[in-house]
Structure formats: structure tokens, C-alpha cells
Design a protein around this ligand. Sequence first.
Ligand code: NAD
Length: 362
Amino acid sequence: MESHNITLIPGDGIGPELTDATRRVLEATGVKFNWDVVHAGTDVMAEYGTPLPQHVLESIRKNKVALKGPITTPVGSGFRSVNVALRKELELYCCLRPCKSYVGTPTLYNNVDLIVVRENMEDLYAGIEFEKDSASASKLISFLEGLGAKIRPDSGISIKPLSEFGCHRIVRFAFEYARTNKRRKVTAVHKANIMKYSDGLFLAVARDVALSYPEIEFEDRIVDNMTMQLVKKPQQFDVLICPNLYGDIISDLCAGLVGGLGIAPGANLGDGIALFEPTHGSAPKYKGMNKANPMAMMLSGVLMLRHINEISAADKVEKAIAAVIADGKNVTYDLKPESTHGNAVGTSQVADAIIDMMAKMP
Ligand code: NAD
């Protein structure tokens, strides 16, 4: 049996515990892995002088597939986000976040099965910002005044670039995903009525790309209306394609619809490179407490198994996770109704229960 070379980044905070639990579950499928365990984040700063050492990037470029735990971005320390840096360095332009409801999760909604496709490189996340009262902000304000745009002098400015290339690449990805995975509909999320030349371009590109996929229904929604409709009736949607900022917000909203961050997996995809990680962060307050839900990271592992074509192993892990959630005994606090938090089990017990469940499956 082929052994898969995978870069494994445990992360920090709750990351190492979740990684350990996930690794045990993935290995219990019988699939063979050569894990290349490498570390990034504040903990390696002293040794390498950077939170994202070059050998971490090299490992991912070589193996082409990585599984990653969350990494803390300390506020106000000047420390660059390793998560954003990884996406930029490896040109992981697509963030794929499936949000699926499993029977037994404490949520108001049933039968939700959404795929959020978020653009990962452009938009207000491009990091093009000008601080209030800085020389560059003043220069930009004067320059824009020359073009007839009036901005108060005491403004901080963030720039929102959306390129035709970037829009085309992400929209094409969403439609290709829909076609391959037999999805029925793609909904483009935007605010093109107000931002006519950025979101307007995104929408125009989406409409144009949709013409090449006549078998897939296409529609668009203005982002504010979209949030309301998602909360009212999420089942009417299927694949959502969003520019970066709306994708960030919508994917957390969708995670909330299906029971929270503890079961929200994610993938960051580029041409030929894929990095799988949960949507949630490092939840430092739960570090080392064997308390956090490992399922989001395990479901990210399921996406990884599908990516490396280990389909039956992927199905098995997902079915076992669904069965453990439905059973309701061996789940962490976030999947228990508030009154029964005391009966919750820990991270490693969830892994044990999933492994036991897989052993009972045909
Ligand atoms: P967070 O997602 O870490 O935690 C928010 C809250 O959600 C937690 O307090 C906890 O109540 C709950 N939660 C999160 N994951 C859970 C899990 N697996 N099981 C049960 N409950 C869970 O968000 P935050 O507190 O805003 O961020 C903490 C740190 O993580 C920050 O430094 C942030 O920059 C970083 N972060 C990293 C990533 C990443 O690595 N991709 C993503 C988001 C945030």
C-alpha cells in the first residue's frame, strides 16, 4: 500500500492535543502516512528568529499536502500571522469550508449542507493599509483629492483590490468543485450595488463563468440579504462563492448554523498544494486541558483523505464521527446541551470513541 508524505504542523494552544487525536484517528483507518512533523508559531521564534521557518515552507512545497493545527497570532506584538503568511507564500488562493449538520449537534437547523468557497489572497485582506496621520496616508489622500475623491485628513485607509484574474480563478474553482461533487447550485455573494468596481467586477466575472456550466444553477445575493437568508433558511443554498472578507464572515456564520467551530473543517488550496486546517483558532484558554473538540481537525483530515484519493477511509472517518455525535455520549462540551456540560468527555476520549466506532464498522 502506498504511503503518503504529509507535512504535519501541530500548531500551538489546543493545536498539539487536536493534532495528536486526529493523527490517531487517521492512522486507525489503515492508510499509511509518512508524517513530516514541523513547527511554526511563537514557540519556534527563539530558535529560528521567525514564526514561519523556511524549512516548514520547503516541507509543504515538497509534500504538496499539509495538515495543520491552529496557530496563535499575538495581538499588537508585530508578529505576522503565520496562517495568513502560509496562504500568501504558497499562493493558497482558495479557502474551502464545508458546513454540514450532523444529527445530534445542538443546533436549530437540520439538513444543512453548505460549501463556502472563499477567495484567500485579495480584498481588504491584501494588507494594503495606511495609518492615520502617516506620511503615506497624507500622500494618498492628496493624490486621491487630485482624482476628485474627498477623504477626511484624519482617516486610516484600507484598500480593497479585487482583480479580474483573482475573481476568475476562484469562481472557476467553485464551479469546478460543484461539477465534480455533483452540487446543484452556486450562489455568488457580493455588495456590487455599492462597490461597483470591485464587487461589481466579481459579480460580472461570476456571471460570465457560470455560462460555461449550464448544468449548475447560478444566482447571486447581496451580502446583507445573504446573512438574513442563511439564518432563515440555510437549506436553500448549496455552494457559496465569496470574496475574502464576506467569505470570512459567512463561513463563521455557517459554522454556527451547524453547531459551532468545533465541527467546522477547512482546506486552503492552491495550484498543486493543499493545506488542511480547522476553521477555529488556538483557543489558548483551553490549552493542555484535554477539553477542546478535535472533530473540526479530524474533518479537515477527512477532506485531506479525499484529496489524496483515500475515499473509503475518508467516508469511514466521517461516518464514525457522525455516529459518535448522534450517540451523544462521547462528545466534548460544545456538543452537549448547556445543562449537561458536566457529562462532556475530553479531546482524547473523543478520538478513542471514533476509533472504536470505526472498528465496529464493516
Ligand atoms: P478561537 O477559534 O481560538 O476560539 C474562540 C472560542 O471558540 C474559544 O474560546 C472556544 O470557546 C471555542 N472553540 C474554538 N475551537 C474550539 C474547539 N476545537 N472545541 C471547542 N471549542 C472551541 O478564536 P480566538 O479566540 O479569536 O483566537 C485565538 C487565537 O487563534 C488568536 O491568536 C487567533 O489569531 C488564532 N487563530 C488562528 C487560526 C488558524 O490557525 N487558522 C484561525 C483563527 C484564529
